[in-house]
Design a protein around this ligand. Structure first.
Ligand SMILES: [Zn+2]
Length: 95
């Protein structure tokens, strides 16, 4: 087994390791929303990879919640209208 002839000095070792952390990371652009993305990763903005939707993003969930809220409000309003119409005859009967 080959063995180094001399010990690597602290200076030489530190000069070598000084360059290890410095790397320019490549940044790609999302095909669908033009946001900066890491290459070969799903876009965190729109949840698409190569133009195909593969991930539910936070904005998607917000939209879904908004739809759910609107549906619930519509149901409540319908119930309120129904309860008001139901209450009025009951009050008339009690009086
Ligand atoms: Zn995108």
């Amino acid at each position: 087994m080959p063995v180094p002839k001399r010990k690597t000095s602290k200076s030489r070792r530190d000069k070598r390791s000084a360059n290890k952390g410095l790397k320019v990371k490549s940044i790609a652009v999302c095909q669908s929303c033009q946001a900066p993305v890491v290459p070969h990763k799903v876009c965190s903005e729109c949840g698409k990879y190569k133009g195909v939707k593969v991930l539910r993003t936070k904005t998607d969930r917000m939209h879904e919640r908004g739809q759910v809220r609107r549906e619930l409000e519509a149901k409540r309003q319908g119930q309120d209208v129904a309860s008001e119409t139901a209450v009025v005859p009951e009050g008339a009967k009690n009086e």
